[in-house]
Ligand binder design. Sequence first.
Ligand SMILES: [Zn+2]
Length: 307
Amino acid sequence: MMKSPNFFGETGLDRMAERRTDSAWLDELSTREDAVVVPVWRTRNLINNIPETPRAVRLALTQLESVLDENAHLIFLGYRDEVPHFSVDLSHIDEPQEMAGIRGTGEFTDIRDISLDLPREDGGLLAYSRAIAQWHKTHQFCGRCGSASLPQDGGHMRKCSNPDCNAQHFPRTDMAVIMLVSSGDKVVLGRKKDWPEDRYSILAGFVEPGETLESAVAREVMEEVGIPITNIRYHSSQPWPFPSNLMLGFVAEAESEKITISDDELADARWFSRDELMDEAKAYAEKPHSISIARRLIAEWTLGSDP
Ligand SMILES: [Zn+2]
């Protein structure tokens, strides 16, 4: 059975991927009076000025027409409620919040700071917008020949401008595995060296080329805490656009409880009992949502809802 989506995983959008190669259709959409744009600026998204109820600011596309040029191209995100949604990166402008059309509508904010109060679909919309803007910013040149690349397909592809090369480049997503490892009524949690003294979480790491997800899970657990595991099962995934990760959540069982920290990143790792984790798990369950898949995996295991 499919799990309910994790935070950042719901956008409310129909991406209309099959239409994005039709530039005439996109041009027509971009002139529609009801088309909206969610701007991005230097990894920040435009959020309204109401601290208790932060929301994504959607500007009428017609308000931003004057800033669209080769430095600021439209990215088509999709349709939500029949309304075409676009994104645009304004990072080349020093103070976009002072521009006509934006002034007074909100502040450019890091969505990690306000996620707990964002509606889920706004979280997903803004994460998507931020992730694709970051990809464009860091992929201005062709990785094959070094010539400039140019956005196409509503911003979902970049094509090399060198006619002898013509390479196509697509937005990248870096896969990371994150896993809850249990032994009876205990789970192993680690603390990274740069974390506060009392912060612990489940183990995680990047998938390497030529590796299956299950192998990556087993390898990371062995590398970080020296524990062999079995019964590795997929749970759910979470887009984590800081800058471009997809977190793939797993649960697994330890074959030994002997911890050997061999990872340079970890300062500590230890077993936590269900009782120790219960207060936080209850807090998680009582809130409308908590943003990280790590918290969800710990809470579901602690409260006994894990399959
Ligand atoms: Zn090229």
